[in-house]
Design a protein around this ligand. Structure first.
Ligand code: PMP
Length: 281
């Protein structure tokens, strides 16, 4: 497999793609990213992903190398060059290459790289069977609303899950679930969907926003508030959302098995509605 990837204005093969060892993304994780899903060769909810990219950049006083309209044009060109039907497009912007010094460099040019990944998003075993999650301490920094590439805490959380024979980890802070290692987390109790409210403690998921719109359209009950692991253990259903999973049912949380180990009804309904809606656009 040799993909065409995008590096600072050029479309090149993977082995031709190069970034400086002085790039601040590499040295300081001084960068941000987005992942947009691809269905039927089209980017899903891309305007919302680009708006969040711009917000992340502004919060870090990082100049995007070009307008979000031009970034979108490059995304579409990359998509076309790789002919991806279903999968994801990853995009990263860093503060660029400069001699190593903590403060912002005066004249560095921001770096922009992008690549595509083919993946079955609709027909995924995780969606059919549901996933198992474990709880781990949330040891991340205080600005999780900014989508930065400093992902070591989620990497360790996910690895702990894999080593425990689970699929993912839910992050817990002061007794409450913040979110999943790379997704937003939800429980359902007595027909009420509960998910943490937006703040600097979690990423403002693009899929979360789309799913909550469906929740409203369907007249389902919603509470946006923190929930404890104990509530999670006693929930009727649980699920996670993200751009590349859409809605994945959770069937086990630590040692607690949800709805006899089968995906919950509300979770599967929201997954179905989300996919239908995404395919329409
Ligand atoms: N929370 C975290 C920590 C994430 O990494 C992600 C996925 N990037 C999400 C939530 C879900 O966000 P989205 O729906 O925009 O993919």
């Amino acid at each position: 497999m040799s993909r065409i990837v995008y590096v600072n204005g050029d479309f090149v093969t993977e082995d031709e793609a190069k970034i400086s060892v002085f790039d601040r993304g590499f040295l300081f994780a001084d960068g941000i990213y987005e992942v947009s899903s691809i269905l039927e060769g089209r980017l899903i909810d891309n305007a919302a992903h680009l708006a969040r990219l711009k917000r992340s950049a502004d919060e870090l006083k990082l100049d995007l190398p070009m307008s979000t309209d031009d970034i979108e044009k490059a995304m579409l060109e990359l998509l076309e060059k790789n002919g991806v039907h279903e999968g994801a497009l990853y995009l990263q912007v860093t503060r660029g290459a400069a001699d190593r010094d903590f403060g912002f460099p005066v004249d560095a040019k921001p770096s922009l790289v992008m690549f595509t990944q083919e993946k079955n998003l609709i027909n995924s075993p995780a969606a059919e069977k549901g996933i198992a999650v474990i709880s781990v301490d949330d040891i991340r920094w205080g600005r999780r609303d900014i989508k930065t590439v400093q992902l070591l805490a989620p990497v360790l959380a996910k690895q702990a899950a894999v080593e425990a024979g689970a699929n993912d980890a839910w992050l817990v802070e002061e007794g409450f679930v913040t979110e999943g290692s790379s997704n937003n987390a939800y429980i359902v109790k007595d027909g009420v969907i509960i998910t943490r409210h937006l703040s600097n403690s979690i990423l403002h998921g693009i899929t979360r926003a789309a799913v909550l719109k469906l929740v409203e359209q369907e007249g389902l009950k919603l509470e946006e508030r923190p929930f404890t692991m104990q509530e999670a253990y006693e929930a009727d259903e649980a699920f996670v959302t993200s751009a590349t999973t859409f809605v994945w049912p959770v069937v086990k949380i630590d040692d607690a098995v949800m709805s006899n180990g089968a995906p919950g009804e509300i979770s599967m309904k929201l997954r179905k509605l989300y996919i239908e809606e995404a395919l329409k656009r």
